[in-house]
Ligand binder design. Structure first.
Ligand code: SF4
Length: 228
């Protein structure tokens, strides 16, 4: 990707925002690194639900089916019943089984470590070809489980980076993944992703951003800041 003068300014700004968020929120608590397949399935379960219900569904799933082969070959209705607390079970169940089937067919075993040998774009392309896996899920698996320089963009990251002016205003969510990967420091991707989510959840909320207490107020381009 060729960088413009504006992009170069965004590189500088992203670095400053990253440092400021680290000062404000601290180093994010690093959750235990899951193997890539586990992270993939857990992230599929997390779509359109909260962390509590995702964790409950994942726990139920692992207790009912101790191996991924058993999940892949499970009775579909029984699997959907097992993960129902995560919501959208009629979609998530088949997507999980299709993903596990595709992974098995690739190398004869249910493992994704081989993705590390690919470029970020190649690995992302392979993952997003799985039904129910979008760029965000792919990036989460890559950065947190495989240690690859991918930048996950969820609704909070997308909103906050747009308001602060860390990306072109009209860039799509999909393109924002690639843009932040191009302008960011790969060592920061995991902590920055988590701290941008913290900022979005706690301060830069969709309807009522709390600009008066925002740690990046001085760097933010958003024209409709709220101070009460
Ligand atoms: S100053 Fe306001 S709009 Fe900008 S990032 Fe902070 S909370 Fe969001």
């Amino acid at each position: 990707m060729e960088l413009t003068q504006t992009d170069l300014e965004s590189i500088e700004k992203l670095e400053q925002v990253s440092k400021q968020l680290l000062r404000y929120f601290g180093e994010p608590a690093w959750f235990e690194r899951l193997p890539a397949v586990d992270e993939l399935i857990c992230t599929i379960l997390s779509q359109n639900t909260n962390d509590i219900n995702r964790d409950k569904a994942y726990k139920e799933l692992r207790q009912r089916y101790p191996t991924w082969e058993e999940v892949r070959d499970a009775d579909p209705a029984e699997l959907q019943y097992t993960i129902r607390i995560a919501g959208l079970a009629p979609q998530k169940g088949p997507n999980i089984q299709a993903a596990l089937q595709a992974i098995s067919e690739k190398n004869g075993e249910i493992d994704l470590e081989w993705l590390k040998d690919l470029s970020v774009d190649e690995a992302r392309d392979w993952l997003v070809n799985l039904k129910g896996v979008g760029p965000k899920t792919a990036a989460i698996v890559m950065v947190f489980s495989l240690g690859m320089p991918a930048f996950p963009v969820d609704t909070h990251v997308y909103r906050v980076t747009g308001r602060i002016g860390l990306r072109p205003a009209k860039l799509s969510v999909e393109k924002t993944h690639e843009y932040l990967e191009a302008i960011g420091n790969p060592d920061d991707f995991g902590p920055l992703h988590l701290n941008l989510i913290n900022l979005g959840r706690q301060i830069c909320q969709a309807r009522k951003p709390k600009c008066a207490v925002c740690p990046v107020l001085g760097m933010c381009d958003y024209p409709d800041k709220l101070f009460n």
